[in-house]
Design a protein. Sequence first.
Length: 395
Amino acid sequence: MKLLFIALIASLSATSCQDKYPDLQDGLYAEIVTTKGTMVAQLFYDKVPVTVANFVGLAEGTHPQLPDSLKGKPFYNGITFHRVMDKFMIQGGDPTGTGRGSAGYRFHSEFDKDLRHNKPGILSMANSGGLATNGTQFFITEVPYPSLDAFDANGNVKACDQPRVSCHGVFGELVKGIEVQDSISNVKVGTGNKPLEDVIINQVNIIRKGADAKAFDAVKVFTIEEPLLSEKFEALKTEAESRVKEEAKKAAEVFKTENKDLEGELIESPTGLVMILNKAKNGKTPKNTEKVLIHSTGYFVNGDLFYTTQVDVAKKFNQYNENAEKNGAYKPFAMIYNESATLVPGFREAMLKMNVGDKARIFVPSYLGYGPSGRRPRIPPNTNLVFDLELVGIE
């Protein structure tokens, strides 16, 4: 009887909300009533159904992972926005108000390439890093914040399973009350960006408009589809990796065309490395126990310089740094001449094809370079690179 009463009250509340917003198109929505005003977010249940099911199940107290003590209770009601950052976002969903609380469970991230942190009012999952640390906490953006996306600018999946790589799952967008988000983001805060005066979520009411939204069963969706999210992410990665390799093949063809007049032997490796090798006469082959001295200059495929060990090249590109020269930046570096060399795979492969005195220009596809992680701050994820190499001696 108690559960029936709760369900009846929830039904009446949803009906009331639905009548309150006659202009909303068919879809699934969350009315977030706070002490600063009311926001309404459209929930993208057709694109990220598990993440939406998680939010809906919590809001309605029906989530299958809730402990018995919380079942039948609207989880978000009475919880605060515990972290507020102007020109960034507002974050809530932690019953402890510390940023460390949850309902005692975690689930895998869910992403859709069309959903980005590209505008104010984006509703997204907060997590503690990695792919399986989502729970009850969410945030709403105040400004576009693409670094939170799971995809880079080219639509490729970032290395979300790596440390310090930020990937958050978008699952909704404010359609009403963006000014309320702004007012919350402007409250005075103290330590940890916690509001000095609590901003409370009084209620989260789920609104269903249209047959599809009314048929959305949050409990069923979460129970059946959540265990498949890891497999779904791997499929996204596989698709992205295929696209990266196809793009690298095209870039390699451009590299060959642009350097067709460069003196040397063209070597196309099965790995994807392309190399124009200018061999020295009687060049000594180093032993695998020796360290070679390497001059190296790195370019983006558009010709922009990002690194060099040669002072004249640095000056030519207006990147010369006197302090760098004093610290020994403009001289050959030493590297062991074997597979243990601490170099990106494409660079290492090229080095091991060279003798002392050889020079080479190489095309390194992104997956043989810095991959989906890139290398901060200069090299973005999934970036193809070009290097000029010269083995100048043995240490």
